[in-house]
Design a protein around this ligand. Sequence first.
Ligand code: SF4
Ligand code: SF4
Length: 172
Amino acid sequence: MDEAKVGAFPARARADFMHEVANTPRGRGVLLCIQCGRCTNSCPVARTTDEYNPRKLVETVILGLRKEVLLGNLPRYCLSCFTCLDRCPQGGDIGEVMFAIRNLAAKEGNVPEGIIVQAKNLFETGRVVTPTRMALIQRERYGLSKDISIGIDEAQKILKKTSFVELISKKV
Ligand code: SF4
Ligand code: SF4
């Protein structure tokens, strides 16, 4: 028997990958998929590019092609519009599954540079985006504090406890 192709599975497949995704918070929907393709027909991203197709993505997960899913650009296409949830006859929420996949990809170090910059801002300032001068003027107008350092300690405590800091420091 050709060991590179045992049954329908390519040699690089990992049979446990589907369960790795399913056991991640938000990843359970992957177990419900019957590969009908309704999600792809309604996905606004799939209409504009051949590179992303939610049905095919789930198939790739089911086939155990972990590297293909986690190490490339696939985790980045989904817009989280959740149209696929409305259309799925199984109630499989691919928009949610994409969050699970993004989290696993991040653990593998696959995080876009722009997200790392925002993550570092969040750790250093307690905010993803530093308020503009105009935003500070408006805060003052509404009687809010102009001191944007409030809450940094609390934010950092949460980010340290959730291993967020280790994750972003791998990319610094
Ligand atoms: S609509 Fe649901 S069941 Fe059909 S392929 Fe998409 S995720 Fe799978
Ligand atoms: S949530 Fe993502 S996969 Fe689902 S329809 Fe929207 S863009 Fe497509």
